[in-house]
Design a protein around this ligand. Structure first.
Ligand SMILES: Cc1ncc(COP(=O)(O)O)c(C=O)c1O
Length: 436
């Protein structure tokens, strides 16, 4: 039956509802929207409606849907080699990508390790950091094992990544199976001195292996921003105690926060970076973990047991690497840089216009991300009931905005047009005026 193109969209969605298990979605949720294609910042449904993708399809799509240059890079690579085992073999797209990317990262990154997504890039980073200490410790008693993360953190959904993330209602069924992590409070303006004091006490024990953080802005926690100067102090303190610093730039990388990488806004560079999402412009699944010379040196040994024994079947997939290379070229071009500045400027103008609205509790701007925390009379959590209202409201206006509880945020593809941004701002203002 499915070989015929006579099958209606309704019938296909019905099959989806019976057979497919969607991410972060209750099995009893409303039917999914059936997308037929995309172009630039737009998604088109099978019934012909146009939706502005104001969240870059989970923060990945930086250069717009069906980007012709990326499609061409993908096709060209598919005609050469689509996949090859990456142990003992290599290929030009991987080499060229890493050759161009490493010098762009802060902190003299020396080597890159491929994986499949943001979560796996974090798994690899944690393994690198823990094995660094196992490879360099004089004996087992000297081996550092503790990890520090931030309250509210989100680093992915595999077990290692979950372990360094916030314990919350989502993680509840798995909490007993996660490894122990020391969480410091979120370093916001009001009590940074206290956060720094706690951090200093933790690292003074000389048993902390690594400190992992989302630089400048915590995404899933509600697009919560914090000061570069504060992160700098934490990294400096960590480094003074020889603690390895891991920057999870899965969301923030590739121009999202106003600089190419969020850590470009810091004085102190981390030792390890986690990258994904914008890495391929949202076209192929790919993760990358990079490490500086200090980390790499601990693995550069004739002792086979000092090898990083980690890998995935699709590690270094040539299609994904070719696409990432083209995406990187576009990201570095003037037009894309101008687009990022344009979006930030437009966000800033809207922020000034709307910030005193009575329904806005807090408003935050970080590069191309604008987040508004709404005052709904309920606590600011992911489960704030306004969430149920926001999503369908904006879909009915032809805009994809997927709130984090009572936080509405705009995180658009860089190619979004001014008129589409204006339409999104107007729809948000209408919502604030009439729907809360
Ligand atoms: C900061 C951060 N790290 C890691 C991840 C996990 O990435 P993925 O969903 O590709 O596994 C995410 C995803 O939202 C993220 O925002």
């Amino acid at each position: 039956m499915l070989t015929s193109n006579q099958v209606s969209s309704e019938e296909l969605v019905k099959i989806d509802q019976e057979k497919i298990w969607h991410p972060f979605t209750s099995l009893q949720s409303a039917p999914p929207i059936h997308i037929s294609h995309g172009k630039g910042a737009y998604l088109y449904t099978h019934s012909g409606e146009k939706i502005i993708d104001a969240v870059s399809s989970w923060w990945v799509n930086i250069h717009g849907h069906a980007n012709p240059r990326i499609a061409e890079a993908l096709t060209k690579q598919a005609n050469e080699i689509a996949h090859v085992i990456f142990a003992g073999f290599t290929h030009t797209p991987a080499i060229e990508l890493i050759y161009r990317l490493l010098p762009l990262l802060p902190g003299h990154q020396k080597r890159a390790f491929f994986s499949d997504n943001g979560s796996t890039s974090v798994e690899v980073a944690l393994k690198m950091a823990l094995q660094y200490w196992s490879n360099t410790a004089k004996n087992k008693d000297h081996q550092r094992k503790k990890i520090i993360a931030m309250d509210g953190a989100y680093h992915g959904d595999t077990f290692g990544a979950m372990s360094v993330g916030a314990r919350n209602l989502f993680s509840e069924p798995f909490n007993d199976h996660m490894f122990e992590v020391s969480f410091i409070p979120f370093p916001d303006e009001t009590h940074f001195e206290e956060v720094l004091r706690q951090f200093q006490q933790l690292v003074a024990q000389n048993d902390v292996a690594a400190f992992i953080f989302e630089p400048l802005i915590q995404g899933t926690a509600g697009m919560r921003t914090y000061r570069a100067a504060h992160l700098d102090l934490l990294i400096e303190t960590a480094h003074q105690a020889s603690v390895i610093c891991i920057a999870d730039e899965v969301m923030t990388g590739f121009g999202r926060t106003g600089s190419l990488f969020a850590c470009d806004q810091l004085e102190h560079a981390p030792d390890i970076f986690c990258l994904s999402k914008g890495l391929t412009g949202g076209n192929m699944a790919l993760g990358l973990t990079t490490a500086n010379a200090k980390i790499v040196a601990a693995f550069n040994s004739p002792d086979a047991l000092k090898t990083l024994y980690h890998g995935h079947s699709y590690t270094g997939n040539p299609l994904a690497c070719a696409v990432a290379l083209e995406s990187l070229k576009i990201t570095l071009e003037e037009e894309c840089i101008d687009n990022r500045a344009r979006i930030e400027q437009k966000h800033s103008t809207f922020l000034n216009h709307i910030q005193l609205h009575s329904k806005i509790k807090d408003i935050r701007l970080q590069g191309t991300i604008l987040a508004m925390e709404l005052d709904t009379g309920e606590a600011s959590t992911y489960f704030n009931s306004i969430r149920e209202k926001i999503y369908p409201y904006f879909i009915s206006k032809g805009i994809l905005l997927r709130p984090l509880g009572n936080v509405i945020y705009i995180l658009p593809p860089y190619v979004i047009k001014d008129q589409d941004l204006d339409d999104i701002y107007q729809a948000i203002e209408d919502f604030l005026n009439h729907e809360i």
